[in-house]
Design a protein. Sequence first.
Length: 104
Amino acid sequence: MTWTILLVAAIFECLGAVSLKASDGFRDRVATGRFVVAMVLSMGLLSWSARTIPIGTAYAVWTGIGAVGTAGWGMWRLGESKSTARVACLAIIITGVVLLRATG
C-alpha cells in the first residue's frame, strides 16, 4: 500500500511540474492553482509514504518517476526532443527506480 501511495505522490509531482510550465510564470491562475494543489498533495503523500519507506529510497523513487513522467509528457505533448540518447537516459532512470523497489 505504501508503494502505491508513493506512486500516486509521483504522479501528482508530474502534474505539478507540467502545471508549473503551463502557469506561464504564475500568470495563469488556473494552472498556478493546479500546480499548488498538485504539489501539496504530492509532498503530503511523499511524507506519508516516508513513514514506512526509507526517505532516501522514497525520495529517489518519487523524483525518478516525476522526472520520467514529466519528460515523457514534454516529448508527447510539448514537442520536446525524442532523441535516442534522451530516451535511453530515461530508461536508465526507470531501471534505477525498479531496482530501488526490488531491493527496498
